[in-house]
Design a protein around this ligand. Structure first.
Ligand SMILES: Nc1nc2c(ncn2[C@@H]2O[C@H](COP(=O)(O)OP(=O)(O)O)[C@@H](O)[C@H]2O)c(=O)[nH]1
Ligand SMILES: [Mg+2]
Length: 385
């Protein structure tokens, strides 16, 4: 699957940069292209200039005017600002990447202002302009240490409320306890977190693009399968386990014990993927799910796929499940799991509750979210006229 990436605000731009970098890796190592173009939209020139160099061929920074509201760090200020700048943004995006993409992925940190408020505005514009192409969002929830800040809680709640209505799916990422904003190693840690977030998409995006190459597994998981799966609140996770070196490497066929232990490894990888899902959720609630097995071609066996399927059906009993395999691994087995159409996500409810309770915020998350939503509707309607 090939994505057109649009990162908004500091968090969104850094992740867009990571996607561009990952595309470079995919092209070099697997000879596939997974990002048609990555746009990084920000009002902060220094932040755009600091984006990594690797993958710059696919990364297009879009500098918008800095916000007139100045120090207002609310989601609403971000929404308003993006509405004013939306023409500039759309013009800057004329450089393309639209036609080749199977879907759009908009990225932002939920607790900020420009990304949090701006992504729903762009999502709505895209939904109206590019009918038929799915619009997805990747939303990063604040760190545990930030969540106590009423402004952050309010922004997060408002962002979640409005993004849900204007996209086909929202992939939530909650790194909970990782790092604290403001400490000295933060930039490095953030970099690591960003790499982890983006890497979880690597196999998933490559699998369907590798058609006709040595990477094709027994069953291809392509863009159509991913589009069928991604619906509403979504979590993604990746698990990897190493294969032990064969005791008899000269033998062509491996005995049942070896095959059995390899299948066990695949199972461990899936369990890891489930533990590492990007957001805590009730798996039994999921309406859709998929798993992708990535192994070295030599170690692939039919049992693995079957065993993994049984395991996922066990934990996500109500989900419509899709699967595929892919020979992208060397010396290890890697499993990607996506669970989608989640009905209840504890973290979302917590943010709604927190925003409502928070005394310092001028409005409750719900009111503000609804208002932002109505305003967006009005402006886009005006534009359409
Ligand atoms: N994972 C991750 N989170 C980030 C990054 N930069 C900022 N954040 C988080 O995003 C939120 C602030 O959003 P930010 O992007 O700075 O605001 P904006 O520029 O107004 O959109 C906070 O919760 C930050 O911890 C990043 O590079 N990676
Ligand atoms: Mg910013």
């Amino acid at each position: 699957m090939r994505l057109l990436i649009i990162g908004v605000g500091d968090c969104g731009c850094r992740l867009a940069g990571e996607f561009a970098r990952l595309n470079k890796v995919a092209r070099a190592k697997r000879r596939v292209s997974i990002v048609s173009r990555a746009y990084a939209i920000n009002d902060d020139q220094a932040s755009l200039a600091a984006l990594p160099k690797a993958g710059r061929e696919w990364l297009h920074p879009v500098l918008i005017r800095s916000s007139l509201v100045g120090e207002n760090k609310s989601n609403e200020a971000g929404t308003q600002h993006m509405r004013q700048e939306s023409d500039r943004v759309l013009t800057a995006m004329r450089t393309g990447g639209f036609f080749e993409a199977d879907a759009f992925l908009l990225i932002a940190g939920a607790a900020g202002s420009l990304g949090s408020g701006g992504v729903p505005v762009i999502a709505k514009l895209f939904k109206e302009r590019y009918v038929g192409k799915p619009v997805y969002a990747l939303i990063v929830l604040p760190f545990e240490s930030e969540a106590a800040d009423p402004q952050y809680a309010h922004n997060t709640a408002t962002c979640l409320k409005s993004i849900d209505k204007v996209t086909d799916a929202v992939i939530l990422v909650d790194y909970g306890g990782v790092g604290t904003w403001g400490d000295t190693t933060q930039v490095e840690r953030m970099d690591g977190v960003n790499k982890d977030i983006v890497f979880s998409f690597y196999d998933l995006l490559c699998a369907g693009e590798a058609v006709g190459s040595k990477h094709v597994g027994a069953k291809v998981l392509d863009a159509g399968d991913i589009v069928q799966t991604l619906t509403g609140w979504t979590a993604i996770g990746v698990g990897r386990t190493k294969f032990r070196a064969s005791r008899f490497p000269w033998r062509k066929s491996r005995d049942f014990r070896e095959t059995g232990s390899e299948t066990l490894r695949a199972m461990e990888a899936m369990n890891l993927a489930l533990i590492r899902l990007s957001i805590d959720c009730k798996l039994e609630d999921a309406g859709k799910a998929l798993y992708l097995l990535s192994t070295p071609a030599k170690q692939a066996n039919i049992d693995m796929v079957k065993v993994l399927g049984n395991r996922l059906r066990e934990v996500a009993g109500n989900a419509e499940i899709r699967d595929g395999s892919f020979f992208g691994a060397r010396g290890f087995v890697q499993v990607t799991v996506v669970v989608s159409e989640l009905v209840y996500v504890e973290a979302i409810k917590n943010y709604y509750d927190r925003a409502v309770k928070s005394a310092r915020t001028p409005k409750t998350g719900e009111e503000a979210g609804g208002k932002a939503e109505r305003k967006t509707k009005k402006t886009t309607k005006k534009k359409a006229d």
